[in-house]
Design a protein around this ligand. Structure first.
Ligand SMILES: Nc1nc2c(ncn2[C@@H]2O[C@H](COP(=O)(O)OP(=O)(O)OP(=O)(O)O)[C@@H](O)[C@H]2O)c(=O)[nH]1
Ligand SMILES: [Mg+2]
Length: 301
């Protein structure tokens, strides 16, 4: 079993930053809007379909029409994504695997939402009532691409986006033509992340601030996974030798620092610089497509 010590320690030390009041408020605000919306788009990260589940949503959204949207598929291992699609096909919930950077993926969302509303709208029409505006709420963990998706759907910069979690601070209704409205909401996590791997996966994919988990932990964890899953990419991208790959992750990080000249004045290795470098390379997709959660029973990497 993995020791939860460091992650827990860093989270406990920073409790104030960890579950800020605005997340609790965001959860209440979300629940408060549900009566007004027809369909909820719950966005998850395609690289971590399990770790990006906020169980609080299960409770809040249990009576709502919901579509699960797994975003950032262009960064996920496509074979693993295919397995996930297979597994979701067996479940009784509409879902889409998309990438908000791809225009063509966007075209599936509105037709699916309208299809979900069809029965209700048909009964409206039968009674001579014009179906009202389709109102959709977009929710999910932080930094998963909620606002990017809204911008893509609306074809303009309707809402702010950014690479760090917590960019959207308030709810915001965005009009899409004459008959659709989308509600952007702040990202929400749950108060206590019990599982060590879940915390690190949320950290690596950007849902939790680096300062909370720590760039040292994140980069070591990432190297461990890259060693197993994408050793060739790791080796070639950072000009490592095949012997280097047999080293411990901490030592591989040092090799990368040497190769990339991450040095402090005086020549010592600049650990924080190399940690940030590898995290940035990974997040920009330069190290290859990587999935962390698997649909089969053994979810371990
Ligand atoms: N590669 C890739 N990057 C994406 C995708 N969707 C969003 N991003 C990037 O992910 C980061 C977060 O996007 P946002 O749209 O701000 O995410 P959010 O869920 O609204 O985040 P919060 O408002 O902080 O909760 C930005 O840097 C986006 O450019 C995607 O599908 N693929
Ligand atoms: Mg946002």
């Amino acid at each position: 079993m993995t020791s939860p010590s460091v992650l827990e320690k860093s989270m406990n030390q920073q409790k104030i930053n960890w579950y800020p009041g605005h997340m609790l408020k965001a959860k209440k605000d979300l629940a408060g809007q549900l009566k007004r919306v027809d369909v909820v788009l719950e966005i998850r990260d395609a690289r971590i379909p399990i770790s990006s589940i906020n169980k609080d949503f299960e409770e809040i959204l249990r009576h709502k029409k919901r579509i699960l949207i797994f975003n950032k598929t262009a960064l996920a291992d496509h074979l693993v994504t295919r397995e996930w699609e297979e597994s979701y096909r067996k479940k009784d919930i509409p879902f889409l695997f998309i990438d908000a950077m791809s225009k063509s993926h966007m075209q599936k969302i509105l037709p699916l939402s309208r299809k979900i509303m069809q029965q209700k709208w048909t009964s409206f029409r039968r009674r001579g009532i014009r179906p009202p505006t389709l109102k959709m709420l977009i929710c999910g963990i932080p930094n998963v691409g909620k606002s990017s998706l809204i911008n893509r759907l609306s074809g303009r910069k309707a809402t702010e986006t950014g690479p760090t979690p917590g960019v959207t601070k308030h709810q915001d209704w965005i009009k899409l033509g004459n008959d659709v409205e989308l509600l952007d909401t702040p990202g929400i996590l749950w108060p206590k992340i019990e599982d060590y791997d879940t915390g690190l996966r949320l950290g690596l994919t950007g849902a939790i601030k680096d300062s909370i988990v720590g760039t040292s932990q994140l980069s070591i964890y990432l190297i461990k996974i890259l060693k197993q899953k994408l050793p060739v990419n790791l080796q070639t991208f950072y000009q490592l030798t095949s012997e280097d790959l047999n080293l411990f992750p901490e030592d591989i990080l040092h090799k990368i620092a040497e190769n990339r000249g991450c040095l402090k004045r005086g020549g010592a290795l600049d650990e924080s610089r190399v940690e940030n470098l590898i995290l940035r390379d990974f997040r920009q997709g330069k190290l290859g497509r990587l999935s962390f959660d698997y649909p089969n029973a053994a979810n371990e990497l």
